[in-house]
Write a protein that binds this ligand. Structure first.
Ligand code: SME
Length: 162
């Protein structure tokens, strides 16, 4: 069990640091990537403010397939190059979208989503999936968020099988 302590007093920077600490601590008690992935989504939603969806899509053949997440039910498959997630895959880099309505091909899973951050997940030099974060606020994600979640994903990558 994960105990969340003192969240209400934490600044945004502290909350971002806390997600990484909690994820790292998962590695001490669990080794299965699926279980760690599931708690990773829950950790983000429990600790970080201003999100309406947090979860994973994983590469399966030529598509991204929905993994663990927290939020409303979402589309289960995303093609290479489609939407924000498919673009992160194709371009092999993080996508920080201020206003999803201005992103060509954005896939609206939850109509409340206004901005989005997608981070590629890699193992052994290959893109394996993405972390997808949605916010109901325009321009919610900052460079600070992007750096923090890239570090979060780096920790997660250490728990994936080769
Ligand atoms: N908006 C994403 C699709 C996934 S949902 O946001 C959960 C996209 O455009 O790729």
């Amino acid at each position: 069990m994960i105990k969340l302590k003192g969240l209400e007093k934490m600044s945004k920077a502290q909350r971002l640091a806390y997600t990484k600490l909690l994820l790292r601590s998962q590695g001490g008690t669990e080794s299965h990537p699926r279980a760690i992935e599931a708690n990773a989504a829950a950790i983000i939603m429990a600790v970080v403010e201003g999100l309406n969806w947090a979860g994973f899509y994983w590469v399966v053949e030529d598509e991204l397939v929905l993994g663990s997440f927290q939020g409303l039910p979402a589309c289960t498959r995303i093609s290479y190059g489609k939407g924000v997630c498919g673009s992160a895959w194709k371009e092999n880099c993080s996508q920080r979208v201020e206003d999803v309505e201005n992103f060509p091909g954005h896939i609206a899973c939850d109509s409340a989503s206004r901005s989005e951050l997608v981070i590629p997940i890699r193992k052994s030099g290959e893109l394996r999936g993405v972390l997808d974060l949605d916010s109901p606020y325009l321009g919610h994600f900052t460079q600070q968020d992007q750096v923090a979640f890239e570090e979060f994903v780096e920790i997660l990558e250490g728990f994936l099988y080769d």
